[in-house]
Design a binder for this molecule. Structure first.
Ligand code: SAJ
Length: 424
């Protein structure tokens, strides 16, 4: 089959790079979003997200004339749905954007078209939700048009490299749909392309992020145990990881972002009677900001009435994404315990987070602080010179929640230094 035109629905962290990369590999692409502000910005070559290399890729794609940005779905050979799937308050998957995107394709769907769902979704979404919506066109999935699920699996911060080089899973509602997916993604994917059925592909995606969540949960739980036994968790993990079959991840403030902290709930929702471990791991990771806040309070002799500078609000180092960020939770816990918190996030100085006092410059956070907390290991924080920081603050205490700072350097600069389950 020949696919020369493509419409990508959703210009977020996945849809935008995907649309740009298809355009730079010869397809005629329309990047569609319902958010007028995003559309206007992109048309002017302005990005609403930060991802290394994306700006140049977008500008090249726009300049080539092969990428058009639009607020409408347009008739195309193939459609990719790359919209967010958040969860409701009660942790059930919120599929409204997937449903709306599927409905927006219906008037344009023609025989022979290929539709791909990329959004992370509960098992059976492609078959039970997307297919029936598309069939409102009068066309039959698997007979008149092709339909597949192909999860994005790229790591924020390395999206452009991983889009090209990671293995790609394509789950068709039938083998012909999967094969059509292979033809489409071969335009730029250099990694292996593995074909399977749609529900297996949905489950694979959820299994990947769930297994990472569980592995981080055990690291976080180990940090609490180490704290209880007065053990340096980093030394302990370093030694344990010398074992050829052990690979413990890093404890920290918790697990955030729009993927790992959300996706396991889709399995819990789909099979609550089975997914016990998955649920417990989620609860352990969700409880980590509170554990870190209590640890900080213990070290500081209580935080009531104290002023705390939090460095970093993003969900992980060197990204601008503050969604589901555990550091934001940490801010809230410290505030609830009576602290005044000034938070500085260099990648998004004005994130507009509710109930968070964000400052625009590092020095504004440091000036009146009694205590400095490193919440996210952004390079520009790990590179800080403690001697320079000493000049900008009256704080005596620093707390490194992510083990990014060298204890002795901070102590030499005159600070009392603490960290999560850390002795050295
Ligand atoms: N984290 C730790 N300790 C660690 C590793 C991570 O506390 O040792 C925390 C991070 O600080 C962050 C969270 O976990 O808050 C998640 O970060 P991450 O780097 O593990 O993953 P994401 O959310 O950026 O991207 C994940 C990736 N999935 C896997 O590695 C299995 C990525 O490949 C997926 O494409 C992405 O989710 C997604 O979109 O689903």
């Amino acid at each position: 089959m020949d696919i020369s035109t493509l419409c990508v629905i959703g210009m977020g962290y996945i849809g935008l790079p995907t649309a740009s990369i298809f355009a730079s590999n010869g397809l005629q692409v329309t990047g569609m979003d319902t958010n007028a502000k995003i559309i206007d910005g992109l048309k002017a070559g302005q990005l609403h997200i930060f991802e290394p290399g994306l700006r140049d890729l977008l500008l090249d794609a726009l300049n080539s004339g092969r990428l058009k940005i639009s607020d409408e779905v347009v008739p195309s050979d193939a459609f990719i749905i790359a919209v967010p799937t958040p969860f409701y308050e009660d942790k059930r998957a919120d599929l409204r954007a997937v449903v709306a995107a599927s409905e927006s394709i219906v008037p344009h769907l023609k025989p022979g078209n290929l539709v791909i769902l990329e959004s992370t979704s509960p098992p059976r979404t492609t078959v039970d939700i997307v297919a029936p919506i598309l069939e409102k066109s009068g066309l039959i999935a698997g007979e008149d048009f092709l339909l597949a699920y192909s999860p994005e699996r790229v790591l924020p911060g390395k999206i452009l490299r991983e889009l090209v080089n990671n293995p790609r899973v394509i789950g068709g509602i039938d083998p012909t749909s999967a094969e059509a997916g292979r033809v489409l993604y071969r335009a730029f994917v250099k990694g292996d392309i593995i074909l399977t059925d749609a529900t297996t592909a949905e489950m694979v995606k959820l299994m990947e992020n769930t297994s990472r969540d569980i592995n981080i949960a055990i690291a976080n739980e180990f940090s609490r145990l180490a704290e209880a036994f007065d053990v340096d968790i980093w030394e302990a993990i370093g030694i344990a990881n010398l074992h050829p079959r052990v690979e413990i991840l890093r404890p920290g403030v918790g697990v955030g972002g729009h993927c790992i902290s959300v996706d396991p709930w889709f399995l819990v929702e789909a099979a609550p009677q089975v997914a016990h471990l998955v649920k417990t791991a989620r609860q352990v990771n969700d409880g980590q900001p509170s554990f870190v806040a209590e640890h900080i309070a213990k070290i500081a002799g209580g935080v009531k009435g104290k002023t705390i500078a939090i460095l970093g609000l993003a969900f992980k180092p060197n990204v601008d994404d503050v969604r589901e960020s555990p550091t934001v939770e940490l801010v809230h816990h410290l505030q609830n315990a009576g602290a005044t918190v000034y938070a500085y996030e260099p990648f998004k100085p004005g994130a507009g987070l509710p109930n968070v006092h964000q400052v625009e410059r590092l020095e504004d956070a440091l000036a009146d602080a009694d205590l400095i907390v490193l919440g996210v290991g952004h390079d520009r924080f790990t590179d800080l010179d403690p001697v320079e920081v000493r000049k900008q603050t009256r704080a005596d205490l620093v707390y490194d929640a992510v083990r990014a700072w060298d204890k002795s350097r901070w102590e030499d600069a005159g600070f009392q230094f603490y960290g999560l389950a850390r002795k050295y």
